[in-house]
Design a protein around this ligand. Structure first.
Ligand code: PLP
Length: 428
């Protein structure tokens, strides 16, 4: 037992519900004591017992440059020295908006917020205000933050309204949310045929990362775009996770689809609280102060957070950045795949850019049900064997993993050496 982590966890639980400020950090899915982190550098972080880990969560996505990148740290220090927050506009916010719009062609205008949840919540309100319709569509297994109308699962039938997945969400709030199975074209066609004219928006993770990594079928995505066009439904790509992660233009670049609105977070803050939503100018102009859809934030566009995000985004523009990131991620998953094969373990892996999925199933899943059918107990054992050896994968079989540009071949090789021991133990 890692004693100082254990002591901190005991102490934390006295004043923080479950000892954590976000549930997945509590290790409930995999069991055991969460590690309390004291510092981080490059691809590593250290816990309260000063044990070093190769970090494959990267703060759940943002740390694409690795931890404590000197240029990002310097930018944050410089910004903090000239004021933490003004509540009035700054030039850096314009620069950030211009860079986001230049990187993602579907963004004609963009507004900054402070989290992914705020981005998706605001985009949905905007879609409703713009269309004058109430109903929204989401997909089972996709996570868009914790706004009330998005904490919803499928109801009893396809065309019925959804049920809250959290206490505290009144059923009346969930009744405007329709929930479909991801990657199921028949359900999509049926819903649009019956209710297309009542739908304000569809929100989708265009490569899902909250039910492990699941890719949508390209034809399915094209059909979704076409149906939204036909019925005047706002198509929202939630790229909080995939934006600047799966490639320079996110999943929309990967699939060649132009959403009406995009939500961003994680990487665009470089580890600080920044989110954004943007897209078609005619829709974005419906937001206050131009339009009648209200949206605001005391710390929106915070100068210190924007300094971190802008510096990060500029560094991502380096030629060959994404080719290198993809190659490193591929080395990891190819290595894991072949080692699992050597020990006869039913295992598969997938990656897009710097985001990856590990599955204890022979085939790469394409549905939530397939992830649920994988060997979760085996994943949990693998997780702990790796953690003990000093590799920190996401503490749940339903989460994607993240590689930074600092995870070089030596770091990957070290991970694979440990993984071989873990697979051998699992096979014995
Ligand atoms: N959307 C997606 C796709 C996410 O993965 C997340 C968080 O993991 C969110 C939205 C919510 O972002 P935040 O945790 O910054 O509120």
């Amino acid at each position: 037992m890692t004693s100082r982590n254990h002591q901190l966890f005991e102490r934390a639980q006295q004043t923080i519900p479950g000892g954590v400020n976000s549930p997945v950090r509590a290790f409930r899915a995999v069991g055991g004591t969460p590690r309390f982190i004291t510092r981080a550098a490059g691809p590593y972080f250290w816990d309260a017992d000063d044990k070093k880990y190769i970090d494959y969560i990267g703060s759940w996505g943002p740390m694409i440059l690795g931890h404590s990148h000197p240029a990002v740290v310097a930018a944050v220090q410089a910004a903090a020295a000239t004021g933490m927050s003004y509540g009035a506009p700054t030039e850096a916010e314009i620069e950030m908006a211009e860079l986001l719009c230049a990187c993602l062609p579907s963004l004609e205008m963009v507004r900054l917020v402070s989290s992914g949840t705020e981005a998706t919540m605001s985009a949905i309100r905007l879609a409703r205000g713009f269309t004058g319709r109430h109903a929204i569509v989401k997909f089972e297994g996709c996570y868009h933050g914790h706004a009330d109308s998005l904490l919803v699962k499928a109801g009893s039938g396809l065309l019925t309204f959804g049920n809250p997945t959290s206490a505290g969400v009144p059923p009346e709030f969930a009744q405007h949310t329709r929930v479909l199975a991801y990657n199921d074209p028949t359900q999509l066609e049926t819903l649009f045929a019956e209710q297309g004219n009542q739908l304000a928006c569809v929100i989708i993770e265009p490569i899902a990362g909250n039910m492990n990594l699941i890719r949508p079928n390209p034809d399915y995505m094209q059909r979704l775009r076409a149906l939204c066009d036909e019925y005047g439904v706002v198509l929202i790509f939630d790229e909080v996770m995939t934006g600047f992660r799966v490639g320079p233009q996110g999943a929309q670049g990967h699939y060649g689809i132009r959403p009406d609105l995009t939500t961003l977070g994680k990487i665009i803050g470089g580890g600080m609280p920044v989110g954004a939503f943007g897209g078609r100018a005619d829709i974005m102009q419906a937001i206050a102060p131009l339009g009648s859809v209200y949206q605001a934030g005391t710390l929106s566009g915070n100068p210190v957070a924007v300094a971190a995000g802008l510096t990060t985004l500029k560094l991502l523009q380096a030629p060959g950045f994404y080719a290198q990131l993809s190659q490193q991620t591929q080395s990891l998953i190819n290595g894991l795949q072949s080692l699992a094969g050597k020990y006869g373990i039913a295992f598969s892996a997938d990656a897009v850019g710097g985001m990856f999925g590990l599955y204890f199933s022979a085939q790469i899943p394409t549905t939530l049900a397939a992830v649920q059918a994988s060997d979760i107990a085996r994943f949990n054992r693998f997780f702990h064997l790796m953690l003990d050896g000093g590799v920190y994968f996401a503490p749940s079989a339903y989460e994607a993993g993240f590689v930074s540009i600092q995870h070089d071949e030596a770091v990957i090789a070290q991970t694979l050496t440990l993984a071989e021991q873990a697979f051998a133990t699992l096979a014995s």
